[in-house]
Design a protein around this ligand. Structure first.
Ligand code: PLP
Length: 401
């Protein structure tokens, strides 16, 4: 049996929707993007949503919106994908990495220690779809309001450190019965090919800024900024007599095309109405199997406040070394099951090592990483495949420990 890690979920509805974009005579940013933005708002209850060409771009856009640049610090977890840090680096600011907890998510205690007068934003990451402790984070930032040093109009308006969630894994997850996207100041989802909902490449920036912000005004600004700072998008300009425009900001060019938005338009309703439940069922199947194994550390999935979007199943094995984990993965792969590791902590990657980050300063990130194996979750997996995955994984582990 050959089982891939995360093939995209493409059905006839997706093909029909993409064809309708192709046949419409309009293929870049236009009505399909608008519709996808409306659907994200409808399902997550975000105030406003802007679609862009990736989550990485969305994070950069949000950092620029908050006037973050050279000399500013942005706190991120050491346990994430590189894009979280690169977005900070691309706007000229300094990423400050902090350690995570045993549930893989950023440690609020470590954030508290890392906050300085230069801290302008925090980018928590909902690992594998498991929401961060958002109320604790907001309470901490309100407590630290006195050391926040605003230097732009938006910073003065918010009056505290910005919460910019990297929710690349967590569309559909809930925190205190609210969908992510409707909780933090700004939430960024990824629609990359391997994520729960995809547009091949893409991202969504959800706005829930508190008063006195008007989220619609901020959406209008961000939309213009994402299209070169041009006053008219190409769709509006394409109408007869619509030739004249102006450039009013030094914008980015990070808009999503309609062809790609069409994939998401077909996927999003089915995800919230059906395939998210399929993911939960797969997660529970893994749980039932691994909870009988004394060597297994089960990933967090549900408690009184949170429900995961079950992006992947982050299995850990008690007490094993990194090299034993690697041998186990080799064995699983030989038997045709594609697994992964989430994540290689940033301080183990060359770029960040050269910047001076040292994994020894992030013991929990290393402990999570060294014994972790991510198992696949996607709606196309059959019962037979799931049974093959758990027996292959368990045999590989039990032959090594
Ligand atoms: C996938 C991912 C991203 C990047 O998403 P893109 O849409 O590819 O830019 C960012 N952060 C995390 C945690 C991710 O897993």
């Amino acid at each position: 049996m050959k089982i891939p890690f995360s093939p995209p979920y493409i059905n006839q509805d997706v093909i029909k929707e993409v064809n309708s974009a192709l046949e419409s005579g309009w293929i870049t940013t236009g009505p399909k993007v608008k519709l996808l933005e409306e659907l994200v708002c409808k399902y997550t209850l975000a105030q406003n949503t802007l679609c862009v060409n990736s989550a990485t771009s969305g994070l950069m856009l949000a950092l620029k919106w908050y006037g973050i640049g050279v000399g500013d610090e942005v706190i991120i977890p050491a346990y994430t994908y590189a894009a979280t840090a690169l977005a900070v680096i691309h706007v000229g600011a300094t990423p400050v990495m902090v350690d995570v907890e045993a549930d893989f998510n950023i440690s609020i205690k470590q954030i508290e220690k890392a906050i300085t007068q230069k801290t302008k934003a925090i980018i928590p990451v909902d690992f594998a779809g498991w929401p961060c402790n958002y109320d604790e984070l907001l309470n901490l930032l309100e407590k630290k309001q006195n050391i926040f040093t605003p230097s732009t109009e938006n910073q003065i308006k918010l009056g505290r450190i910005l919460i910019l969630s990297d929710s690349a894994h967590s569309i559909g997850a809930t925190y205190k019965e609210q969908y992510l996207g409707s909780i933090t100041d700004i939430t960024v989802f990824s629609f990359h090919a391997v994520k729960n909902v995809t547009t091949a490449e893409g991202g969504a920036v959800c706005l829930n800024l508190p008063k006195p912000f008007n989220n619609q005004d901020e959406y209008n600004y961000l939309r213009c900024f994402s299209l070169n700072g041009q006053t008219k998008d190409a769709f509006t300009k394409s109408k007869a007599g619509g030739w004249r425009y102006d450039i009013i900001y030094p914008g980015l060019k990070i808009n999503m095309p309609d062809i790609l938005a069409a994939i998401g338009v077909a996927q999003l309703p089915e995800y919230f109405e059906k395939t998210l439940d399929t993911r939960v069922n797969i997660y529970e199947f893994y749980h039932q199997f691994f909870k009988t194994k004394p060597w297994a550390i089960l990933p967090p999935y549900e408690d009184e406040d949170k429900k995961s979007s079950c992006h992947l199943y982050a299995l850990r094995i008690k007490g094993i070394s990194e090299s034993t984990r690697d041998t186990i993965i080799e064995d699983i792969s030989k038997n045709g099951v594609a697994v992964n590791v989430h994540f290689q902590p940033l301080p183990t990657l060359s770029l960040f090592k050269e910047m001076g980050f040292n994994i020894a300063d992030y013991p929990m990130a290393y402990n999570n990483y060294k014994c972790e194996i991510s198992l696949p979750i996607y709606p196309q997996l059959t019962q037979e495949e799931l049974e093959y995955i758990v027996s292959t994984v368990a045999n590989a582990i039990e032959s090594q420990i």
